[in-house]
Design a protein around this ligand. Structure first.
Ligand code: ZN
Length: 251
């Protein structure tokens, strides 16, 4: 059996987990790969651009079904703020948010699959495999809340603006079956779609600033780290009320 230890940090973890193929992304062995355009992915520096862009080629299918945990995060109150804050401060807030989210997600082997202005979507368990993907997604979300709360305090001090009021990150985490593949004719990178992804986005839209809403399915997969209050939510487009565990901010 090939040991992964000797490769650690030097090969693409996505290609290794999905195909047992060692693709060098760091060190001298990575140079010829870099010369043909295979480099570290912006979704996660431990995966490569093959994983990101050659889904059909790698998987030999247009899309696959997989179990994954999905995380949606966005900055609550950003739209209202954008009317009264300077463009420089708004751009500072966005870059701190995206930077802190990426660090937290990568630390738990997730990928930042999409960035949408003041929000993002992350996938856990693809292409880097992780049996404890629900726990990883929840831990990443808690990290995001901690880092962003600290960053918000720091920005408030530096700019002398009252940012704390109504501003904070809202996050939703859910676990289930997703379809992963290349669904756009304009873009060649993969994403995840399906009911699990939609429900995660709906959960996130109900999270107050500083809050993390975890679905019952994700909570059941990570009982050791999910404690605390629950809330019944009526989500747009979803027939029955959905139970969510409320983590993050202590109200
Ligand atoms: Zn790869």
């Amino acid at each position: 059996m090939v040991s992964t230890v000797s490769y650690q940090g030097r090969i693409c973890r996505g290609c290794w987990d999905q195909m047992r193929m060692p693709v060098p992304i760091r060190g001298p062995l990575a140079l010829p790969f870099r010369a043909v355009g295979i480099t570290q992915s912006k979704m996660n520096p431990n995966i490569c651009t093959i994983c990101e862009r050659s889904f059909r080629y790698v998987k030999k299918e247009r899309h696959i079904s997989a179990t994954a945990s999905i995380l949606f995060a966005d900055i609550r109150g950003f739209t209202q703020l954008s009317e009264r804050l300077s463009p420089a401060l708004l751009s500072d807030i966005l870059s701190v948010f995206h930077g802190d989210c990426a660090k937290s997600i990568w630390a738990h082997d997730g990928i930042v699959n999409k960035q949408m202005g003041d929000g993002l979507m992350a996938i856990f368990n693809f292409p880097i495999k992780n049996e404890r993907h629900a726990a990883a997604a929840i831990s990443a979300a808690l990290d995001i809340q901690r880092r962003c709360a600290a960053a918000l305090k720091e920005l408030t001090l530096r700019h002398g603006e009252v940012l704390a009021e109504g501003l904070g990150v809202g996050i939703g985490v859910h676990t289930g079956q997703v379809e992963i593949g290349e669904f756009s004719t304009l873009r060649s990178d993969f994403t995840a779609i399906g009911g699990t992804v939609n429900l995660t986005a709906r959960l996130e839209s109900q999270a107050a600033p500083g809050e993390l809403l975890v679905s019952a399915e994700a909570a059941a997969a990570a009982p050791d780290i999910v404690t605390g209050a629950t809330r019944m939510l009526n989500l747009k487009g979803i027939e029955n009320p959905v139970l969510a565990h409320v983590l993050g901010r202590v109200q």
